[in-house]
Design a protein around this ligand. Structure first.
Ligand SMILES: C[S@@+](CC[C@H](N)C(=O)[O-])C[C@H]1O[C@@H](n2cnc3c(N)ncnc32)[C@H](O)[C@@H]1O
Length: 259
């Protein structure tokens, strides 16, 4: 792999890079360049360890994970850390899981950097939603079946199912829906979707810990998965996908791990 010299990233700047789903070979070349150039790297606990292998040994590594339910730095502290280091002339890289533009509080970090007059760039990554589709060897859109893809959070600031979800959109049988941060609230969401007219038979898949050796897939109907997920209480991060486009997905997982 050819990478450019560290000077590809100016001193005193911040790069928010998408770490993708965790597989190191799904990083972009630009993300690798920025990691190699970095003097300081702030990383989420969902960013795979292998990704950090690109960082120079003399660079400072700072863990700023925000996994739900665990103590972690506040968002303003994370922004402050990035900015303080950049103002000291460091090249600061912030690694985020998946893509920085999807449920990653990137907007807050951009605003903080702009307020401080620190140059910031975004390096896109592969979001878990499309990485999950690839892992399952399926497509999120399907001609005449799924004309729309929607990404939604199942988790409000207090960890509950958001009360302002657009349930009509989420119950659209012609959409494929990707639910982020929804493992704890999915039973409640499924109940609301069914009440809105979505069939309990809608194909549903949970992908846990994608991009790690412990990736697990659970597949079944909306009703089944809601019950099984509530009982299984998976520990790893989970992406939940549902919609008619996912029919038969369980037969197409690379490892045959789906049920
Ligand atoms: C804060 S959001 C970050 C999303 C990320 N920016 C993206 O584009 O995928 C965290 C949520 O993303 C999903 N997620 C992130 N990494 C995952 C992984 N390796 N396996 C399954 N789901 C994952 C889970 O729903 C998790 O609760």
């Amino acid at each position: 792999m050819t990478v450019t010299a560290p000077d590809s990233m100016p001193r005193g700047s911040i790069a928010l890079i998408g770490g993708g789903p965790g597989d190191v070979d799904l990083l972009t070349l630009r993300a690798v360049e920025r990691l190699r150039a970095a003097d300081v790297v702030l990383y989420d606990d969902l960013a795979g360890d292998e990704i950090l292998s690109f960082v120079r040994p003399d660079a400072e590594l700072i863990a700023v994970g925000k996994r739900a339910g665990r103590p972690s730095p506040r968002q303003d502290e994370v922004s402050r850390l990035m900015i303080d280091h950049a103002l000291l002339g460091k090249r600061v890289v912030r690694v985020k899981s998946g893509d920085p533009s999807i449920f990653a509080r990137t907007d807050e970090e951009i605003s903080a950097a702009r307020r401080a007059g620190v140059p910031i760039e975004i390096v896109p990554g592969i979001t878990t939603a499309t990485a999950a589709a690839a892992y399952l060897c399926t497509s999120l859109t399907k001609r005449l079946v799924a004309r729309r893809v929607q990404m939604v959070t199942g988790h409000d600031v207090d960890g509950r199912l958001p009360t302002d979800l657009d349930l009509a959109a989420l119950a659209d049988p012609g959409a494929t829906t990707c639910v982020f941060m929804g493992k704890a609230t999915f039973a409640e969401l499924a109940e609301k979707l069914i009440a809105r007219g979505l069939s309990g038979e809608t194909p549903t898949v949970v992908v846990e810990s994608l991009g790690s050796p412990s990736t697990q897939v659970m597949a079944g109907s909306l009703t089944e998965i809601a019950t099984r997920l509530a009982a299984a209480k998976p520990v790893g991060p989970c992406l939940i996908l549902y919609g008619a486009a996912l029919a038969g997905t369980e037969l197409r997982t690379p490892s045959g791990a789906g049920e």
